[in-house]
Each structure stands twice: as C-alpha cells, then as structure tokens.
Design a protein around this ligand. Structure first.
Ligand code: HEM
Length: 520
C-alpha cells in the first residue's frame, strides 16, 4: 500500500511538540500566581489570556514573530501558564550547554501507559536512570557509527528499489507522488534496521506497525483534547479510553510477536544471532533484547519500555527524515541551477558508470550543504520543548523551576544577524569553513537536532539516509512539476498546520531519467 504524505503526520516529534501544545491549551484552566522574581522581558499581554492572542495556527511562525519583535529571551504567559521562549545562539547555549543538566527534561506527558506514547517512552522519559541507560545504549550500540555502517546495505537496497520505481514511472510518463515515495523509503529503511529483513515481506509487519502507530498518533490528538477539558478531563479520557485500549492492544500484540520471533531465533541460533555473541546481522531488536535479558545490566528495562522505544524509533526516524527530504527536493526543483551544480559535483566525484555510494558522501560537500541548508530553513522540529528542573539565572534573569522552555530553532535559522539573506535557499553558505564547524556542535546557530545531552541520537543516521537519497535522486532523475507555469512550474512551499514543519501539499512530479545505472 502506498503511503500518502498525510501519513507522515504520525511521528515522535508530535509526542514532543504536541505535549508542549497541550500545555498551552491547558494553561487556560490554571489559576494565576504572582511572583516577585526578576523574570525575562515579556511582550505586552492581555488580562487573563496573557499572550495567547499572539498565537496563530502555525505556532513556529507566531514564536518567530514574537522573538523578532521582542527579543531572544522572552517570558510568555498563555492564560496563567508560563513558558520561556529562547531564540538566539547564546541563549540556546545557556540551555544546551551552561545549564544542560538543569534543562535535560521534557514537559511531563499527560498520558499514562494506556497509550503508546505514555510514560514508558524514551523521548518523553524523565531525565533519570532509564533515560541514561537507553541514551548510552543508543550511542554505543543502537545508533552508533558501527551500527549505521552495518546497515548501509539496507539503505542501498531500498534506494535502488526507490530509483527503479521512479525510472519505471518515467518510462510510462507517469506522474509520481515524490513525497509518498520518500516516506515509504524512509519507513522501509528504519523498519528493516529495527527488525531486519526477517520481517516477512508478505505479512508486512512493518506496514501493520506503521498503521497502528498512525492510529495511535490520532489518539494523541484526542487525548490532548481531553486533557484540555480541565475539570472534565477524566470524562474526556473515559470517552476515548476504549479506542486507546484497542490501539494499544494491537500494537502490543504485534510487537510481542516480533520480539518472540527474535527471541526464538536467537535461542535456536537459526540465523547465527545469539544475544551474547558478536554478529554483524544483529538488528536493533536483537541488541535491545540482549540488554533486556542481561541480568547484570546497569538498568533492567521492562518489556513495555522496549516496545515504547520502538515507537520512538519509528516515529523519530521516519517522519523527520522523510519530511526534510521532501523540502530538499522541493527546493532543488525550484532552484535548477543548484540542482545542476550538485549533479556536476556528483559526476566529478563518482564518474558516469556507477551509482553514487555512501563512501562518496565525504567528497560531496555541495550535496551535504544542500541537506544542511534544508534543515536550516525547514527544521522538522521548529521548536524544542524542555523543562527547567531547578531555579536558575540566565543573562541575569530568574528562571523559575518547572517552567516549560521552547528553544526556537526556526527563528535561529532565519536570524538576519546570523545568516545573510536568511530566507533564501543558498547551500553555498555551508561551504564556508566557519559554518562547517557549526555542525560539530561548537556553535548554537544551527540546531535542527537540538543540543546538549538530550540532543537527537539519530542525527548521524538521519544524515546518512538523507545525503545518499538526495545524491542518488540528483544523479539519476530529473523532476518536472505538473501544473501552471509549464516547464518552469514551481513546487508550492506552503507549510501545513502541524506541530512539525511539514509541506502543506505532496510533491507531484513527472520524472525523467538522466542516468540509468540499471540498464546494463
Ligand atoms: C531530519 C531528521 C531528524 C531531525 C530533524 C530530528 C530532530 C530531533 C530533535 C530536535 C530532537 C530533540 C532534541 C533536543 O531536545 O535537544 C530529537 C530527539 C530525538 N530523536 Fe531525532 N531527528 C531526526 C532523525 C532521527 C532519527 C533518524 C532517529 C532514530 C531512528 C531519531 C531519534 C530521536 C530520539 C530517540 C530522540 C529523543 C532523544 C532524547 O529525548 O533524549 N531522530 N530529534
């Protein structure tokens, strides 16, 4: 089944960002409290609603407007619910570096374990032993450079399949939904990495999981709504509880089946995988099961935590990367000169007889710059939700404990004092050595993956997937938009009303083949 672009609305970032949105909605029902603290500056507010009237459906645009007009550190009040808006590299540095441990928590999930994204998840986990254990496992094993290297064959196979599909459509002069194909490609990459090829193609468990996760995301929306009912929220939760339980049971059964299969195969050593042995065929489920069965592990993870972690990976790894690639392709179609420069670079590095490979990427600086420039202009998480653990001071201002913080990634990426012509798509700016340094985490003017100890652990995998996919498309395919404007028709760059930065409409194009490596 083909996925449509709206399918990518389900993802883990929503569990991050919708939590934050839920806080804003809930704020209306909270009682006001006065404070003698020296708080950061505030824009003019209205009685009772505070700063709610500044908010528009595109929340990141509202935040951008607020920070551009009133400054890089703002104390906002939505109803009686306060929040800190952080919109400059130096203020982001205060959150991600100077006070890193103090801001390492996220707003508490209003949901319990009755929903997939409940309190067992890693993304929403409190900053404590469970989070520390999983973070270490992510860095040393699950999302380590070695594991990413191991999975490069999966990406190669999936990209080959993806290109063949585009070539077939080109032969038939058939319009394709590039957004849907990119989503499917990313989903397949992540699912195969997590559960490996042993996930049978016929039964298509990966597809079933995607569907149930999608349903559960819709449930999150409903639960947010229920949560906003203040004194009546228990009624709201009760109203949706049957549906939530059904979604949860389906997911639980599916995951349990997959886990049992992995355990069974490990016991019988059918595929050469034993949890306690080194094996290059291990997928993420094998690695996590090894930690689960290890009685001497620093932390005993539960089965529920394992299952919730897979949800985090499916959601965190798919929508984010697929949506970023959609923006990149849209920008490339709208900037044919940039497309040509990148293609020339690929030709000069790879030649004209083979498909670009991951080992070529370090030499494809311009392609890498295209991906970074896309993340600067269209960061999938336009603001990052954190919470202040203990009272502290930033820039001489008092920051009260428990206050939610939004780090304004979108505004930092478009700040005219940091970026020349900030609204223009110009990959060249990332070829300058000082901006290349940025990506080593030295500065905080480019933070699409967040920062500090809670930064995205999937960053290297995301770059690996995005760089090779974008390079392969540029090398092999030309994409023509069908619509008004004839040959020069552009892709519409409108943003969807969503907590992540998503395109409003799918990219529908007529592909034509520039270079076909599969001819031979
Ligand atoms: C373009 C792609 C991606 C973007 C833009 C992105 C962005 C982010 C951001 C902004 C955060 C919050 C960071 C913070 O609080 O400082 C995050 C967290 C996270 N991301 Fe990513 N991400 C991407 C891809 C991935 C991939 C491929 C995976 C794994 C398969 C992944 C897994 C996670 C996880 C597990 C967290 C939670 C970390 C924690 O709470 O400690 N992400 N991501």
């Amino acid at each position: 089944m083909e996925l449509v672009s709206s399918d990518i609305q389900f993802y883990f970032l929503c569990s991050l960002l919708s939590l934050f949105s839920a806080f804003i909605v809930r704020s209306i029902f909270k009682k006001p409290s006065s404070t003698p603290l020296r708080l950061p500056p505030s824009p003019p507010s209205l009685p009772i609603i505070g700063h709610l009237h500044y908010l528009r459906p595109l929340l990141h645009k509202s935040f951008h407007h607020l920070s551009s007009n009133y400054g890089p550190l703002l104390y906002l009040r939505f109803g009686s619910y306060p929040c800190l808006l952080v919109s400059s590299p130096s203020m982001a540095e205060a959150i991600f570096k100077t006070h890193d441990a103090n801001f390492a928590a996220r707003p508490v999930s209003p949901f319990d374990d009755g929903l997939l994204f409940g309190n067992s998840g890693f993304v929403t986990a409190p900053y404590g032993n469970y989070w520390r254990f999983m973070k270490k496992l992510c860095i040393t094993e699950l999302l380590s450079p070695r594991q990413i290297e191991r999975s490069h064959t999966v990406r190669h196979q999936e990209i080959t399949k993806f290109l063949r599909q585009l070539i077939q459509s080109a032969d038939k002069t058939e319009v394709v939904d590039v957004s849907a194909l990119l989503t499917k490609l990313t989903n397949n990459n992540i699912c195969r990495m997590v559960m490996s090829t042993r996930c049978s193609e016929q039964d298509d468990e990966a597809e079933k999981i995607r569907n149930v996760v999608k349903k559960s995301f819709a449930m999150v929306g409903k639960m947010c709504l229920a949560d906003s009912l203040g004194p009546f929220k228990k009624f709201g939760f009760w109203f949706f509880s049957k549906e939530a339980k059904e979604v949860n049971t389906t997911y639980d059964e599916l995951l349990e089946k997959l886990l049992k299969e992995h355990e069974e195969k490990a016991r019988n050593n059918i595929i050469g995988v034993k949890f306690d042995t080194e094996d290059n065929n291990k997928d993420l489920m094998d690695i996590l099961l090894k930690a689960y069965h290890d009685e001497n592990a620093e932390f005993q993870i539960t089965r529920a935590q394992m299952k919730a972690f897979f949800v985090d990976l499916f959601l965190g790894g798919t929508g984010t990367s697929a949506e970023t690639m959609q923006w990149a392709i849209a920008e490339l179609i709208n900037h044919p000169k940039i497309y040509k420069i990148a293609r020339d670079e690929i030709e000069s590095v790879v030649g004209t007889s083979r498909l670009v490979e991951e080992t070529d990427i370090p030499n494809l600086k311009y392609v890498q710059a295209i991906v970074k420039e896309t993340l600067r202009l269209h960061p999938n998480a336009p603001f990052i939700p954190r919470v202040c653990h203990e009272d502290c001071k930033i820039n001489g201002f008092d920051i009260p404990r428990n206050i939610p913080v939004a780090v304004n990634v979108y505004s930092i990426g478009r700040d005219p004092t940091l970026w020349e012509n900030p609204n223009e798509f110009c990959p060249e700016r990332f070829l300058v050595p000082s901006k290349t340094e940025t990506n080593k985490g030295q500065n905080f003017d480019f933070i699409p993956f967040g920062g500090g100890r809670r930064a995205c652990p999937g960053k290297n995998l995301a770059y690996a997937m995005m760089n090779i996919t974008i390079a392969s498309i540029i090398q092999c395919i030309d994409l023509k938009v069908i619509g008004e404007g004839g040959n020069g028709a552009k892709v519409g760059m409108e943003e969807a009303i969503s907590v992540s930065l998503t395109m409003a409409s799918p990219i529908r194009c007529l592909p034509s083949v520039y270079f076909n490596t599969f001819d031979a």
